[in-house]
Ligand binder design. Structure first.
Ligand code: HEC
Length: 154
């Protein structure tokens, strides 16, 4: 081995070592690195929302409101009567609604539960069958959303 090639090997090794050190530093120091959220299923509502500090009363309604924004319902449903991809939730509770097939349905607890877990079962007239099923919603989450919708009744 000549002196020259030994020198080459050494410089390559030095560059590699520098790279490794630099990358290591980056990883350690980067304060913006975000760890991936754990688990796949939406478990966003584990934090206790009871205690009733800020809301006006019912913790179930507060939980429903939280689900509304955290689970993406707000992307398609308004709560102020304005039209969106889906029907507004304002004033629908206990009202009669026309379905795509011309029949009518009363927006009660059972219908809301079905609309969440199996949205394609009954399509509201004038809307598309594009709502994703939230089949993993627990009974508690369904009650919470129902309570929230009921609170928007007037
Ligand atoms: C991608 C848009 C989209 C998202 C996200 C979405 N929905 Fe819907 N939803 C719709 C559409 C469109 C309809 C009307 C068609 C139908 O009946 O499936 C609907 C209908 C409903 C109805 C029946 C409303 C009525 O007037 O009869 C309920 C209740 C409902 N959604 C609840 C929810 C809940 C709860 C969430 C969040 C967990 C949610 N939706 C998320 C699009 C969406």
């Amino acid at each position: 081995m000549t002196r020259n090639s030994l020198f080459k090997i050494l410089s390559v090794a030095a560059v590699l070592a520098l790279l490794v050190v630099a990358c290591g530093d980056d990883d350690d120091d980067d304060p913006t690195a975000t760890s991936p959220s754990e688990g796949g299923a939406p478990t966003a509502t584990r934090e206790s929302s009871d205690g009733g500090g800020g809301g006006d009363g019912d913790p179930l309604i507060a939980m429903g409101e939280q689900l509304y924004s955290e689970q993406g319902c707000s992307g398609c449903h308004s709560v102020d009567g304005s039209d969106n991809v889906g029907p507004s939730w304002q004033g629908i509770y206990n009202s009669e609604e026309e379905l795509e097939d011309g029949s009518t349905v009363t927006v009660d607890d059972a219908y809301i539960a079905e609309s969440i877990t199996d949205p394609g079962a009954k399509i509201v007239s004038g809307y598309q069958n594009i709502m994703p099923p939230y089949a993993n919603f627990t009974d508690e989450q369904i009650s919470a959303v129902t309570a929230y919708i009921a609170s928007l009744a007037e």
